[in-house]
Design a binder for this molecule. Structure first.
Ligand SMILES: C[S@@+](CC[C@H](N)C(=O)[O-])C[C@H]1O[C@@H](n2cnc3c(N)ncnc32)[C@H](O)[C@@H]1O
Length: 283
């Protein structure tokens, strides 16, 4: 079995924010069981003045303060060989995705996550010490800690033996480029919404086919941008849609599928309108 990426160093002036958020749930259990390690480093511990100053005004003027390069660099260098890949959480970075979490969960080197605050960090730290910049999305957060937590959580849950059932991430949203089929449990019917009959049948092949049909259709409806190969998607959808339109209106509603939206999807597929050909590459 591939060994997971075990050690996370987080450079932050708010270590309690990271520690506190990692005290509950599956990821906390993984740390407690030694499947991953967490090290918090506060750049204030690498200052030399009585106020433990880690920020100052930007040269050239402007709003906000800038985190100083010297304490940040000293904090990073104190990690020595346990530093591994150095990542700065930044709105200017590569957007974090499930694919990246899966790839990073297969690596073994430590990851050091640098959390900025105020107006950001001195650019020279990025030039001298950072291997990669990662963004949570196109918006500005007040600090990198939430980004560090997202990166840690999404990787640690994928480490070997962290989730109880080794297969349980394979059908998840994004794993195969699709959104996961909706899930149901007791009771069999709730406020007029029944669990789709096929899920009660015990017929594994039919259940798999049904889940795949729903995954293709709801991905086409909610996130057509995820459907990378137009030819494959078209073939799958043309098989799935006639099967799903045989469900009762109540079953469709329980699945969050609108009969009108399904008809519209069929019409769009037939007219070749589902994809904007300039945006979607064929494979
Ligand atoms: C207020 S932000 C600084 C934003 C910066 N002045 C800019 O406009 O690009 C402070 C810190 O929050 C973190 N941050 C903000 N938005 C983020 C995002 N979308 N993804 C990851 N980290 C983010 C970064 O570490 C950043 O240094």
């Amino acid at each position: 079995m591939t060994q997971g990426l075990r050690r996370f160093n987080v450079l932050t002036i708010f270590p309690e924010m990271i520690r506190g958020a990692l005290q509950e749930g599956l990821v906390a259990q993984a740390f407690a069981a030694g499947k991953a390690e967490l090290h918090l480093i506060n750049p204030r511990d690498f200052t030399h003045d009585v106020h433990r100053t880690i920020d100052d005004r930007p040269f050239g003027g402007g709003d906000g303060m800038v985190m100083l390069v010297e304490p940040l660099q000293a904090a990073l260098q104190s990690l020595g060989p346990q530093r591994g890949k150095t990542v700065y959480l930044s709105p200017q970075g590569t957007p974090w995705t499930d694919q990246m979490a899966r790839a990073w969960s297969q690596q073994t080197e430590p990851v050091t996550l640098v959390c900025g605050r105020y107006g950001g960090i001195d650019q020279r730290l990025i030039e001298l010490e950072v291997d990669e910049e990662i963004s949570l999305g196109d918006y500005v957060l007040s600090g990198g800690e939430l980004g560090a937590l997202v990166v840690i959580d999404s990787i640690v849950r994928l480490l070997p033996e962290v989730l109880g059932n080794a297969e349980s991430t394979e059908a998840e949203s994004f794993a195969d480029g699709l959104l996961e089929c909706p899930l149901f449990s007791r009771p069999r019917e709730f406020q007029g919404l029944p669990v789709p009959e096929v899920l009660l049948s015990g017929h594994h092949a039919r259940i798999e086919e049904f889940r795949s049909d729903v995954a293709w259709v709801q991905t086409a409806l909610k996130r057509p941008d995820l459907l990378q190969s137009q030819l494959t998607a078209q073939a799958q959808l043309l098989k799935a849609l006639p099967r799903l339109t045989r469900l009762s209106p109540a079953e469709l509603r329980a699945l969050g599928l609108d009969p009108w939206a399904l008809e519209n999807l069929v019409a769009k597929l037939k007219a070749g309108l589902l994809w904007n050909r300039s945006e979607v590459s064929e494979s």
